[in-house]
Design a protein around this ligand. Sequence first.
Ligand code: AGP
Length: 613
Amino acid sequence: MCGIVGYIGPQDAMPIILGGLKRLEYRGYDSAGLAILQNAHIEVRRDAGKLEKLVSLVQQDPVYGHVGIGHTRWATHGEPNARNAHPHMGATGEVVVVHNGIVENFLELRDELSAEGVQFKSDTDTETIVHLVERYMDSGLDLVNAARQTFHLLRGHQSVVLMSSREPDKIVAARLGNAGGVVVGFGDGEMYIASDLPAILEHTRRMVFLENMQMATVSREGLILETIDGEALDYEIQNVQWDPVAAEKGEYRHFMQKEIHEQVRSLTDTIAGRADFDQGRIYLPTLNLDPDTARRIRKIIITACGTAFHAGLVGKILIERIARIPVEVDIASEFRYRDPLVDESTVLIAISQSGETADTLAAMAEGRQRGATLWSIVNVIGSQAMRISDGFISMQAGPEIGVASTKAYTAPLIDLYMLAVYLADLRGTLSSGERFKLVQDLRLVPDLAGRCLEVEPQIEKIASRLVEISHSLYLGRGINMPTAYEGALKLKEISYIHAEGYPAGEMKHGPIALVDRDMPVVIIAPEDMWYEKMFSQIEQTRARGGPVVAVATEGDALIPGVTDQILWIPPTPWMLSPVTTVIPLQLLAYHIAALRGLDVDQPRNLAKSVTVE
Ligand code: AGP
């Protein structure tokens, strides 16, 4: 995910910016750049690849100045090359921007600017920002007001940092939504800006964190904090005592909690650049697929382990329903031992956060040997699974450090949804109206995820009532049956509480015998076509004395009558509901484990990536 660093003060800005970017490397990136105000004009150095390339660029062609901004980019719009690397300059070379997040309406804005004669030099959404600021400055506004006008035009979640050689005494920054934070650091006659604390922690511990829709004007004299509507704000400088590892976690206690919260951003990034909302189409060019090849697919086999396998189970429902292709889902460690029926008309899709899981790679090798086309849905770019695939979809979840997978579960859910729509489009199995609606629904996802996070305090309260339990059952049906598996896996791996996920309809065939007052049952009952059956499941559990925790849709009038332990989710289109139903279960597991004082990020006996059979 993108990292940002800025400096204004008496020191040489370049080493401070490079040092800060270095500390943000753990977030992952594919290009890096910086801009320095040198002798009243802006100098930019940027390149694709690792920071070392930027370092050697500035060694060959040094820049010196006291004001500057830098950026590491994780590509969303446009390839990871030097042209698309940040900072981006306007036409005059007098304004420069770095950006984290996505300008959702950038196509619209780019068309508008192009019609006014603006020439774009990159494929990024970010470049629209700098041209807009320049347009407003050319019409007579100062940098702050030009930025303010621009911020009002941007849709989506993002943070933006700008500077201009016309006003060399300041840097302007804003936090617009949830695409990462902006922190302002106070030095002695000098100021720092960063997307994340670790970037500037060695220089200062006196910080102000921007809230949503706030903008900061930073000069050597200090900070002016305002809303983006121009209302002046008071601020309190916090004295941050965190060590560097704690700083990477930001305001969160554990990486898992941070990663659960990052889902607004990771889901935004997953959708960006792939969904064309105007055309109602999905584009997945890295699959290297054409309509003829798509039409020749007879069967899809999804293979994966653990959490990724659960995502695959959701994928089966989506692909069969939307693209009408038969799908089998195999646990990767079993696939090669069952003499699977695979031929040239089969596509094998491996799902893996790490792209290095031994069983998943072995299943891919088995599929390859039997003539299947190999696709992968992978988070770690350049991993083995990605390298051996004929086509891939990169998850865009960003680095996941907690052993329990969270954002690398919801990202592939969306990838599989988009894949289903893409295949259906290529094979002509959807009407354009249906396709359009499915694509539009994707727009809702980041905000829906954000709304699930808002009820965290209530979830923590429910968790506090469950800290002492020894067992639990998780029940789901239809598209949320895999959510029951995933919710139970989250609980058992980090809290060491025995938890089992079941298809709700199977209860009467055995597991219901387990239900008594010591067996809490988590029942996933969003308002969808399975709602009545799940509601009757709640009744049956209560009739046997089992405490019920329900995942229910806001506005549900019936469930509050039968249980007060409710994890509320916003109304969600049913095919996307596995994203909103799982987030409260991730939070529930997290808070139970945290309240039990366990090592949430590194649970006993588990490794992040299982590279042995
Ligand atoms: C999930 O919380 C686990 N850490 C585990 O099940 C994981 O999903 C599995 O090991 C697969 O890993 P991968 O996605 O890196 O292949």
